[in-house]
Write a protein that binds this ligand. Sequence first.
Ligand code: ASP
Length: 315
Amino acid sequence: MQENGKIASGVVLGVHGGTGIELSKMTPDFDRRVRAGLREALRLGWETLRKPGKTSLDAVEIAVRSLEDSPEFNAGKGAVFNHEGINELDAAIMEGHEKRAGAIAGVTQVRNPISAARAVMEQSEHVMMISEGAEAFVRSRGIELVDSKYFFTDERWQELQDAKKLEAERRASTPPRQWGTVGSVALDSKGDLAAATSTGGMTNKRFGRVGDSPLLGCGTYADNSSGAVSATGHGEFFIRFAVAHEILSLVKYAKLSIENACEEVIGNQLKKAGGEGAVIALGKDGHFAMARNCASLYRGYVKEDGSTHVFLFDE
Ligand code: ASP
């Protein structure tokens, strides 16, 4: 197996920071910041996995929290704005042993939505909570809430103004889009898989729109018998094609390798339908795969020996 940014073995944790800009638009400074953000998430996830008693679930939560705290990615601190100029955040987390899961959608004051999703999983009898109800639950569990101003960044604000301008001009051709959602997949020494995804959704979204990231089987899924998947891209397509579950079903029932399953769904099914995006996936054997049908995917993985590997384009 030729290992590269698309496929690798002996992997214990993978992360993604969404699909990014084209190579021609990348600046050295942004390149450095994105890579640093991915490396830090990998380092924290890897350290967590090595601690006695810690699980893949702990590792994906820590890795995603770190990406949520970084303004470079569309989740937590760097989340995009909706049409009303508010940051509405979605996240989901799942473990592959008993298939326990938690998700949260449309929250505006939760600093780290992935930890709120985990609290839904572990501290409630529900799987998914939304908006004010979710925030009331989060408050009752002592999870950090912030003033919504915390999520303001100039860059995301400008993106919203640009999106509104284009909408007003009713341009027939839509500009190339970037999907900056973050996610992580991990495998621990007990053989348990976990997946986590967190996002601000899509710039200029309206009417309480929720994307694929917090929906189990769409943007996030983990099943010890087949693998763990975290997605990024045009959420409506990922929902309609139940992307994460479809990939893992191809592994489980059609016996496809994890990379062929990712390629079939992202490179074939979604591409044909016009749905842009990407996934990272990890199998129970430590086989890491990614597939994308768009310009780039910020991603990386850490192997059993602690070596980290980060990729933005085709390198
Ligand atoms: N998939 C996310 C959504 O549709 C967006 C992204 O990946 O950036 O909400």
